[in-house]
Design a binder for this molecule. Structure first.
Ligand code: GLN
Length: 192
């Protein structure tokens, strides 16, 4: 089983390193051929507008939508990746590109200037101790549909959620040494 990290812009190598440290086979996904070979795909943090435009241009967006809707691709969006997989985005640019996979409403840059970047301990459902979560100009989930399970929350709102083969976090689990979120996603890829 191979797991891909979308490699058009953003924090790619850190995700590949974490997947490898979990003993998963990780590849960088840059084109349709490599996308076709993976059971799961991580869409990293970066700039959602740039990543979104490039995946449309490279013909990857349609393939991600199709494979994930057919249930043979698990998708994990971190930060900008979470914005991209959301069904609805507030405070996006006009024509904000999106994949529209998950029944969540996400607000871009939701933490404001004072708290642009911060880290905090976070309770993540199913983990038996808190994890340190790193937020960088992070989005937040403001609303969820019926099939969405909330996995972590801050006073400001929801910061991690799952819907079937889709996982989204506002924070960057690739920037700490804790591998539990990546292990959680690898299990989703195995069990789909
Ligand atoms: N604010 C960025 C965006 O809108 C996301 C930031 C990140 O991924 N660290 O795309």
């Amino acid at each position: 089983m191979k797991i891909g990290v979308l490699s058009v812009q953003g924090a790619v190598s850190e995700h590949i390193g974490h997947l490898e440290n979990c003993d998963a086979e990780a590849i960088a996904v840059k084109n349709r051929e490599s996308l076709n070979n993976v059971s799961g795909l991580i869409i990293p943090g970066g700039e959602s507008t740039t990543i979104g435009k490039l995946i449309e241009l490279f013909g990857l967006a349609e393939m991600i939508r199709e494979r994930s809707r057919q249930g043979n691709l698990a998708v994990f969006g971190t930060c900008a990746g979470m914005i991209l997989i959301a069904g609805s985005v507030t405070d996006g640019i006009r024509g904000q590109p999106k994949l529209g996979l998950m029944d969540i409403q996400v607000r871009r840059n939701a933490f404001g200037r004072q708290k642009e970047s911060f880290e905090t301990d976070l309770d993540f459902r199913t983990f038996n101790s808190p994890l340190t979560a790193v937020f960088i100009r992070a989005p937040i989930i403001e609303d969820t549909g019926a099939g969405v399970e909330v996995l972590a929350e801050l006073p400001e709102g929801i910061v991690a959620a799952r819907q079937g083969n889709l996982l989204a976090t506002s924070f960057h689990p690739e920037l700490t040494d804790d591998l539990r979120v990546h292990r959680y996603f690898i299990n989703m890829c195995k069990n789909q």
